[in-house]
Write a protein that binds this ligand. Structure first.
Ligand code: IPD
Ligand code: CA
Length: 160
């Protein structure tokens, strides 16, 4: 009985060491895949990935495209996430629509899930609801935000 328990332990040791090798290989291949998947228009911040397809469209169009892909429109919740979206705007030389609007209540900007925003980076003088028609938010190449008409066409950036 003692012998068979011993051989079971040594078998398990072999199995664990095989699994460790497989995990290491998987980690290496995942690290490489992350680089591939975020080249050139993607940025990772913690567990969040921001990425563009380079497509430009109006707010409703892009909101749908991100949802259909299993993500949502970029909604930077802190300075590091905002800087990641800014880098994408700079790379493509195009402002980006964020997943933030005051469609529900004028002047109260919320995420698409209805929560009030926890972070903002407004350009001086914004949001100004210019002509009374600006319920969406664009992020400029300098990282600052401007409220803008949702019908304008801007670069799509989704987050996953
Ligand atoms: C406007 C200005 C304004 C901003 C508006 C923009 P336009 O651009 O940049 O400062 O608040 O959202 O639409 O109409 O003068 O080209
Ligand atoms: Ca504005």
């Amino acid at each position: 009985k003692g012998d068979s328990a011993l051989s079971e332990v040594s078998l398990m040791k072999k199995q664990i060491s095989a699994l460790e090798g497989q995990l290491k290989a998987l980690q290496a291949s995942f690290a490489k895949y992350q680089k591939v998947a975020t080249f050139p228009g993607g940025r990772t911040v913690g567990n969040k990935v921001f990425i563009t397809s380079g497509y430009e469209g109006n707010f409703d169009d892009m909101k749908q495209r991100c949802l259909q892909a299993g993500g949502q429109l970029a909604s930077p919740r802190n300075a590091a996430e905002n800087a990641a979206v800014q880098q994408i705007a700079l790379l493509y030389q195009k402002p980006v629509f964020l997943g933030i609007t005051d469609i529900q209540t004028e002047g109260k900007f919320k995420y698409l899930n209805g929560d009030t925003i926890v972070y903002s980076n407004w350009h001086p003088g914004e949001p100004n609801n210019d002509k009374g028609t600006e319920d969406c938010v664009e992020l400029y190449g300098n990282g600052k935000w401007n409220d803008k008409s949702c019908g304008e066409k801007r670069l799509i950036v989704c987050e996953f």
